[in-house]
Design a protein around this ligand. Structure first.
Ligand code: NAD
Ligand code: MG
Length: 392
């Protein structure tokens, strides 16, 4: 039996993880769950999985959860706040940690899990975008295993030779090709993009996801963040990381080798496949995902990504080439802009405009400590908030 903590258990990835775990009660035991403000959902999860610890955002949410669990007769301990997230990440009964909090808020607990030498299943790509160098260095020092959960990175990981510490080897690789669905607006005329609503942006054609990543998919910033994530996970420079649009989301990414071989991983678009792989690596376990029916897929299309329509992708490459804290600025500006878009305070096309302005205005430094990175994150957020205040 392996103990498992899920950071962000009430989200889309968190719930898919619990779905896989529930299929293997002889293999995994839930030790800690965290749910921020989704108290009722977390209460249900505690009833079902009986963790030792449950973490929420603040004292008020903790009181509500405690009262609910007492009424249910569940002995789960309740804690709150960022320190409690770190406590959950380090919990000594849980050698496995799923890092599935959304955004920069996920970094401190994910990093704590890495420093504690856990097997870290990484969905929170923002951690690597903010502080990839520090994160990977911490893993080298502690011996933590990092298993990618993002479907593209799981695909690449599955197409590369990997050592016993789950470290991918890229000798003989020409380039890595990340596939992108193109999101809900891949065929929308550019003039119509200005009027996009949050509801339209969150209606992804192939994947059901949280709201922030859904907007990121619609702007293609998600793919930009994934290019940066791939750089840190696989150690290739930006010019050897390519993106192609593949609308069916069946080929999850590819590795192109010098000898002319190209390896791909295929499957139905369902996050339970990469989650199950990260949970059981190097073994394979059932995930609840239906087998891929090649004949009913019939067609697989590939196109170049349109950087006119999707400037966010180019902005991510630019930040990666700049290096240092530029990717932290990119990430923070994006989070602020996406939140403002979801609140209807700015338009869809203001998202790339604000990020570009932040990349130009906020000074870049070497990303040599967590403090420097978090300071860059703060400066970029302040810059974007001020700009939005001026626009609105
Ligand atoms: P979601 O919005 O559905 O869930 C987010 C989780 O984080 C919830 O449990 C929420 O309670 C928690 N949370 C939110 N803000 C928090 C804060 N400030 N402090 C602590 N906890 C907080 O998001 P999701 O779609 O499950 O995505 C989670 C992560 O996985 C993201 O980094 C996303 O980029 C990545 N990811 C998601 C998918 C997907 O298919 N959903 C695919 C690949 C990668
Ligand atoms: Mg992805």
């Amino acid at each position: 039996m392996q103990g498992l903590t899920i950071l962000g258990s009430t989200g889309s990835i968190g719930e898919s993880t619990l779905d896989v775990v529930a299929r293997h009660p002889d293999r995994f035991r839930i030790v800690a769950l965290t749910g921020h403000r989704q108290v009722e959902r977390l209460r249900e999860q505690c009833r079902r999985f009986q963790p030792e610890l449950a973490v929420v955002a603040d004292a008020e949410a903790a009181e509500r959860l405690r009262a609910g669990l007492v009424a249910d007769g569940i002995a789960t301990r309740v804690a709150h706040g960022p320190e409690a997230l770190v406590e959950a990440a380090r919990h000594e009964d849980a050698p496995l940690v799923m890092a599935a909090i959304v955004g920069a808020a996920g970094l401190p607990p994910a990093l704590a899990a890495v420093e504690a030498g856990k097997r870290v299943m990484l969905a929170n790509k923002e951690s690597l975008v903010l502080s990839g160098a520090l994160f990977m260095e911490a893993a080298r020092r502690s011996g933590a295993l990092i298993l990618p959960v993002d479907s593209e990175h799981s695909a690449i990981f599955q197409c590369l030779p990997v050592d016993e510490r789950a470290r991918p080897q890229t000798r003989g690789v020409r380039r890595i090709v990340l596939t992108a669905s193109g999101g809900p607006f891949r065929d929308t005329p550019r003039e119509a993009l200005a009027e996009i609503t949050p509801e339209q942006a969150c209606a992804h054609p192939n994947w059901a996801m949280g709201r922030k990543i859904s907007v990121d998919s619609a702007t293609m910033m998600n793919k930009g963040l994934e290019v940066i994530e791939a750089h840190w996970l696989f150690g290739l420079p930006p010019e050897r990381l390519e993106v192609v649009v593949h609308r069916q989301s069946i080929v999850h990414s590819l590795v192109d080798y010098h000898d002319g071989s190209m390896l791909a991983q295929l499957g139905n678009p369902d996050m339970r496949t990469p989650i199950a792989y990260a949970l059981a690596w190097p073994e394979r376990i059932t995930s609840g995902v239906a087998p891929l029916d090649l004949v009913s897929c019939a067609r697989l299309d590939f196109q170049t990504a349109d950087s006119q329509r999707f400037p966010c992708l180019e902005l991510a490459y630019r930040a990666l080439r700049t290096g240092g804290t530029a990717t932290a600025v990119l990430n923070a500006a994006n989070e602020e802009a996406v939140a403002a878009f979801l609140d209807r305070r700015i338009g869809f096309l203001d998202i790339p405009r604000l990020i570009e302005a932040a990349l130009t205005a906020v000074e870049v430094q070497a990303a040599d400590s967590l403090e420097t990175v978090l300071a860059a994150d703060r400066r970029a957020r302040e810059f974007v908030r001020r700009r939005i205040g001026e626009v609105a």
